[in-house]
Design a protein around this ligand. Structure first.
Ligand SMILES: *Cc1c(COP(=O)(O)O)cnc(C)c1O
Length: 431
């Protein structure tokens, strides 16, 4: 499989190059040259496979020339080493919980898969060295820190805005040690992002082998399609239309679901649910895409005004807005409604959601009024403990601490304070 740049279809690279580069030199996102297709018979038989077997079959065409089968199997087994429970909420509605990984966020899957791909490439070439440079508003940092911990030949540098991530998030990214370095920036997430962008363009840093690990990287983007395979495996037996609602920020997760849809996965309809950052819902309404400045909400992992993966969705539908609208709907919800929904989910169904998942549930309810011959699934993308300051007062109850963070409060925070791009550059050169 080759990958072309969305800015220039003649520029093509293989999987390994696309992973190492992150973005094409013309700043275009990489996109698979051919979308593999699996027929009805494949999907019907897929329910008898294990999650790992099915994930392997579906992802193999994307990595074939660059990773041998045995190594890909190992990478998938190590990536998918925790549960993905589909929890029954009410009548025909289920929640796919994606927060049982080591950092309690769905980003664990993409980060673990990408880290292991890089580890594999470096094991082929022992002199290879990469520096992962990534800016985080919270969840990405922890998932990347955990996913890349101890991977051969990879140094990780994470920039986060000082005092603007939650305590758990900060501990997850500042306490790992080893090859993980956390830089605390006096500024906002946007300032972190700007410094990272600048570093990627800086000629003086070219020989450091800088690689990005955000969701534009295909090795983080593609493995997110696994979630939707699991939904189908669990629900195909009911022989009803399946509707999936995805809380969306940079739209990487839903773009991966739509990639699986184009590969033939029998999911009937898709919902991209957002918070007040409504660039995409507005686009569905008016046909005009207008990037905005992001606004702050309680579902802060989705505070994105110009979703970086949206061009991939347009490409998947070959620029045909009508066929996109047939398959996908998009709605926006404000904080007030989100809080009300969190309270109702707890009161009526005894389910503790967090703001991102509640928006997923709202999207489902907005689209489907009658579930008599349908099944709805929303994704819960983070553990509620990561948003306990919001959630506990709303439900008026304590959230149980999952085992993943039992010891985190005893670990020692280590970060480097950075106040300018010059300091970042000095740090990267001297490390
Ligand atoms: C990153 C994140 C999202 C948004 O995912 P995208 O792929 O960027 O759309 C949603 N919820 C949580 C908790 C996240 O961390």
């Amino acid at each position: 499989m080759k990958y072309y740049s969305l800015e220039n279809k003649d520029y093509k690279v293989d999987f390994k190059d696309a992973v190492l580069k992150g973005l094409a030199p013309d700043k275009g996102l990489f996109f698979p040259e051919k979308i593999p297709y699996f027929d009805k018979d494949f999907w019907e038989k897929s329910i008898f496979k294990t999650k790992q077997e099915l994930a392997f079959d579906v992802v193999k065409p994307f990595t074939e020339e660059c990773i041998d089968e045995a190594s890909l199997k190992r990478i998938i087994n190590e990536t998918l080493s925790f549960d993905f429970p589909l929890v029954h909420i009410e009548e025909s509605i289920y929640c796919l919980e994606l927060f049982h990984g080591p950092t309690l966020a769905f980003k664990d899957v993409g980060a673990r898969f990408m880290a292991r791909c890089l580890g594999y490439f470096n094991s082929e070439n022992l002199k290879a060295k990469n520096t992962i440079l990534v800016a985080t508003s919270g969840d990405t940092g922890g998932a990347v820190a955990d996913g890349f911990l101890g991977i051969d030949g990879v140094e990780v540098v994470i920039l986060y805005p000082s005092k603007k991530v939650s305590l758990i998030q900060e501990l997850q990214l500042t306490t790992q040690g080893k090859n993980i370095k956390a830089l605390e920036i006096e500024g906002t997430f946007d300032d972190c992002q700007d410094m990272v962008k600048k570093a990627f363009l800086d000629k003086d840093l070219e020989n450091l082998g800088l690689t990005s690990a955000n969701s534009i990287n295909i090795a983080r983007w593609i493995p997110q399609l696994f979630y939707y395979l699991f939904i189908y495996q669990d629900l195909a037996q009911f022989r009803k239309d399946i509707i999936v609602s995805v809380p969306s920020g940079n739209f990487g997760n839903i773009a991966a679901g739509l990639l699986a849809y184009k590969m033939g996965l029998p999911i009937h309809h898709w919902i991209a649910a957002t918070n007040a950052n409504d660039t995409v819902p507005k686009f569905f309404e008016t046909g005009i895409y207008e990037a905005k400045k992001s606004v702050q909400t309680i579902s802060n992992a989705m505070d994105v005004g110009n979703p970086s993966n949206f061009p991939r969705i347009i490409e998947l539908f070959k620029n045909d807005i009508n066929s996109l609208k047939n398959a996908v709907s998009s709605f926006s919800f404000n904080d007030t409604i989100t809080k009300e929904q969190l309270a109702t989910l707890y009161k009526n169904h005894n389910y503790i959601a967090e703001p991102h998942g509640a928006i997923g549930y709202l999207g489902l309810k907005e689209k489907v009024k009658d579930f008599s011959n349908k099944i709805g699934v929303f994704l819960e993308t983070a553990h509620p403990i990561k948003f306990l300051d919001e959630v506990e007062p709303i439900i008026n109850a304590k959230i149980n601490e999952p085992y993943q963070i039992k010891n985190i409060y005893n670990k020692e925070k280590k970060s480097y304070i950075i106040t300018s791009y010059k300091e970042l550059k000095e740090f990267l050169v001297s490390n």
